[in-house]
Design a protein around this ligand. Structure first.
Ligand code: FES
Length: 105
């Protein structure tokens, strides 16, 4: 079963393969920041620190929101802030293997 680790915490969760990241953690008592839970608002954005290959590819709704977030971050903090960051939405991303994540505030 995939392991989800939360960077800079002691939190480690064993989740089911194919589960939505947000849901899998919520069901285990850990709530990530969130809003719409449907992929549109971007409030559940996370940075994938390790294991980006272990999240299933983003669908069109998630990708559109990620693209908008990247534009927003780039304008707000500069291109270097997001250049090497793997941004995903926890309410859409499905886990297939071990990952380490952190919320982006
Ligand atoms: S909670 Fe709104 S995009 Fe995930």
């Amino acid at each position: 079963m995939p392991i989800v680790s939360i960077k800079d915490t002691e939190k480690v969760f064993e989740v089911n393969e194919g589960e939505i990241l947000y849901d899998s953690l919520y069901d285990r008592g850990y709530s990530l920041p969130h809003g719409c839970l449907s992929g549109s608002c971007g409030a559940c954005r996370i940075e994938v620190i390790t294991g980006k290959e272990n999240l299933l590819p983003a669908g069109i709704i998630e990708q559109n929101t990620i693209d908008a977030l990247r534009d927003e971050f780039s304008q707000q903090y500069g291109e270097n802030f997001i250049k090497d960051k793997e941004i995903r939405l926890s309410c859409r991303a499905k886990v297939s293997g071990p990952v380490t994540i952190k919320s982006i505030k």
